[in-house]
Each structure stands twice: as C-alpha cells, then as structure tokens.
Design a protein around this ligand. Structure first.
Ligand SMILES: NC(=O)c1ccc[n+]([C@@H]2O[C@H](COP(=O)([O-])OP(=O)(O)OC[C@H]3O[C@@H](n4cnc5c(N)ncnc54)[C@H](O)[C@@H]3O)[C@@H](O)[C@H]2O)c1
Length: 393
C-alpha cells in the first residue's frame, strides 16, 4: 500500500499531536512504504475546523462524522475526541471498513470496550489505541530488558502519574471533570496509561484494591457553548464534579508480583510526572516521563562496592526506535534528546506498519479491553470497599 489516507476527528490537544505525527513520520521513518495522507479533518464547527485544517496541513474538512466515514478516499479513522464518543465512532468506522486508531481510554466502561473490540474483529480492520508512552525509547528499552531477563523474576510494580492543572477550584468544569463525557477522572485519564504500562511490562492484573476522592466537589459551569462537552448555562452557576481527582490502588499480578499505583491531578508542582519503578530478583529500573530520554537501572550483578543506580541515556542507535534499519540514527546523534511528540511519531510508525501487514499493533482493542477491565475493577473496589477481581477478556 502506498498511501494511508487519514480522516481525523478532534483537532485540539491530541488532534495536534496526531496531525504532527502523520506529517513527521515519512521524514523519520523513510523505510516505511505507506505514507500517511492528511485527507480530511472532522469537527462540528465549520469555521473552527477549517482554521485547524489550514494550520495543521489537512487537505479537506468534514463537519459530520457520518460524512467522514462515508468517504471512499479514507482508509484510517483517527479518533481524538473526548471519551464518551470513542466507541460509537470506532464501531461506525469499523463497519464502514476503515482501520481505527483511537485515543485512550478506549471506552467509558468494560461493556463498551468489548463492543468496540467485537466490531473491529468482525470488520477485519486494523485497530490500535494511543497509549503512546509505550513508545518512548526508554520505556521500550525497559520492556526489552525485562523480556531479556535483566531484572529476573518481577516482584514489584510501583507507579505514580501526577499532575496539578485542575487544582484551582475556580477552574471551570471542563469535560475532564464530567463523568458523562470523561467516564472517570484521574482514573481513566492518567491511571489508564500506568495500567497499560503495567500490563505490558509486568503482566495481567488479577485483582485490585482501590480508593479515590474528589477534592473539589463543585466547579463553575463551563458556559453553555457546547452540548457534547456537557456545558451548562454558565453565569456564575456551579456544577457538581462527579469524577475522581485522585486515585490510589494496590494490584496483584497473575505472576505473583505486587503493584501500587497512584494517579492525581492534585499534586502541586508535578506537571506530567508519569513515573514507574519495577523491581526484580536481579535488579530494578526507574522511568520518569519528565526525563524521558533516561532509564535508571540497578543491576544486582555489579560487584566490588560499585553497586548503585546508573542512568542510561536511551538515545543511542541500538535503542528502540532510534536506529535506521541500514544503520545510522533515525532522529539525532546520541545525547541529542527527543521529546513528547516523538512518542506519537513512533506510535504512528508502528500503526502504518500494522496496516501494511494487516496486523493490529499493541496496544490494540484487545489490550484496551484488559486495561478497561482493570479500570472497572478499580471503580468497583472504590465503591464497595475491599479487593475487586479483574474480569478476564
Ligand atoms: N495519549 C495521550 O497521552 C493523551 C493525552 C491527552 C488526551 N488524550 C485523550 O485524547 C482524547 C482527546 O483529548 P484532548 O486532550 O485532545 O481533548 P481536547 O478537549 O483538547 O480536544 C477534544 C477535541 O474533540 C472535539 N470534540 C468534542 N466532542 C466531539 C464530538 N462529539 N464530535 C466531534 N468532535 C468532538 C473538540 O472540538 C476538540 O477538537 C481523550 O480521549 C483523551 O483522554 C490522550
């Protein structure tokens, strides 16, 4: 296949990140035969979507999702909208024979996630969910090291995903503060990423014990602009916040490892602190997205009083995503670091290869069902108190 013609819905934060990835991927991944075409950008407001399309390099616009998926010049539908419309859009796109790339969390709940998986499998299309942090080179290196046995038997997963952008009680009730649109708060927004990484790096989670809290219980209404975003009349009125601001969870993995996970939007000073540590019988690794080119590694094999964590700069050609197949660096020379946007470029690169091969790259909708099952168990545990079993796919 020479071209993958993309129809993207949603053009704000993630819409920009994905648009940039489609534009950059042929430059950095010249070996991939399929080249994305930024065919059509979809949004509900014609003037706004026109402006966004012009700014980001899209060839055409649509103001109606049904019209987008009805087009026969679109191969891939990319869903970068709030969570409440992911599954309906994914199912329609699959039924129209389009490959589907969807932002996380895939669904509002486990039942919905399973419906989405059934639809893409029935349609035989390629599917993927955008847990882009897997494709930070240092995180992929962690995966490689664990698979190669560098850490031995895994004993612990420990993660924190900390932000502070919602702390001001006068901040309006944006869609991320509304259960009807977001499904949950820090749980689905942030902990979903940590769960995806935990499942990938350590393995299946069998049960969780979770609690969560909404620290700011009401917020100014958004202002009556946008029904889908859940906006209300505004005018100084306050609306109830019905999602969690912070969540803590214990986890039991099927392989016997123990996990602790925390996610919050109420950790002053932490902007996008996506951190995890894995301890095994032979060593430990630590990753922090705010220093995303580095992986800390402790090897129990070090001897002679030289034991200690070392910092690996994951910027060498031998590291995942950083070398070209015929030699040479994909991005920049060692130590010339890459950033947040490259995680999306790497993700889209694997998506294009998946479409070429007719294989759904991980994390695909089946992986996302597992993540959603853990999210749902967390909610069940927090509601009922005590441990909750994670449903199997
Ligand atoms: N992978 C990541 O690290 C990451 C980071 C941020 C957000 N996300 C996810 O990406 C998705 C979008 O988040 P965002 O931060 O870009 O949100 P955003 O509010 O910045 O943008 C949402 C976009 O969707 C559009 N939209 C809203 N409802 C719509 C509808 N019914 N039909 C068509 N368009 C609609 C809005 O106009 C806007 O363009 C969410 O699912 C979120 O969880 C993922």
């Amino acid at each position: 296949m020479g071209e993958v013609r993309v129809g993207l819905v949603g053009y704000s934060f993630m819409g920009r990140a994905h648009s940039n990835a489609y534009r950059q991927v042929p430059f950095y991944f010249p070996e991939i035969e399929s080249k994305p075409v930024l065919q059509a950008l979809c949004g509900r407001n014609e003037a706004a979507v026109q402006a966004a399309a012009a700014a980001m390099g899209w060839e055409d616009v649509e103001t109606d999702f049904e019209a987008l998926i009805a087009r026969d010049d679109i191969d891939l539908i990319d869903i970068a909208t709030p969570n409440n419309v992911h599954v309906a859009m994914a199912i329609k796109a699959a039924q129209a024979g389009k490959h589907v790339f969807c932002e996380k969390p895939l669904a509002m709940n486990l039942a919905e996630a399973r419906q989405a998986l059934a639809a893409v499998e029935a349609a035989g299309v390629v599917h993927m969910v955008c847990h882009n942090y897997r494709r930070a080179p240092a995180v992929s290196l962690a995966k490689q090291m664990i698979a190669d046995g560098a850490l031995g038997t895994i004993y612990h997963w420990r993660s924190q995903y900390l932000q502070d952008w919602m702390m001001d009680p006068e901040m309006p009730a944006v869609w991320r503060a509304q259960k009807a649109v977001a499904g949950s708060g820090a749980l689905g927004d942030l902990l979903a990423h940590s769960i995806d990484l935990a499942l990938w790096l350590v393995g299946d989670i069998e049960r969780v014990c979770c609690d969560m809290e909404t620290f700011v219980k009401e917020r100014p209404a958004l202002g009556g602009v946008d029904a889908t975003l859940g906006a209300t009349a505004g005018g100084g009125e306050k609306v109830k916040v019905d999602v969690d601001d912070g969540v803590v969870a214990l986890a039991r993995f099927a392989n016997g490892a123990l996990g602790t996970m925390e996610a919050t939007r109420f950790a002053p000073g932490h902007k996008n602190y996506n951190w995890f540590e894995v301890n095994g019988s032979k060593g430990s690794i630590i990753f922090n997205l705010e220093r995303m080119n580095e992986l800390e590694y402790y090897s129990g094999d070090d001897e002679g009083g030289l034991q200690g964590f070392r910092t690996i700069q994951a910027t060498e050609e031998v590291h995942p995503f950083l070398g070209l197949p015929d030699g040479g660096g994909r991005y920049w020379p060692p130590g010339h670091i890459i950033g947040y946007e490259h995680t999306f470029i790497n993700t889209v690169a694997d998506l294009l290869v998946g479409i070429e091969k007719g294989e759904s790259p991980a994390p695909n909708f089946a992986d996302a069902v597992k993540t959603q099952a853990v999210l749902e168990a967390c909610e069940g545990s927090a509601d009922a108190g005590g441990w909750a079993e994670v449903e199997t796919a």
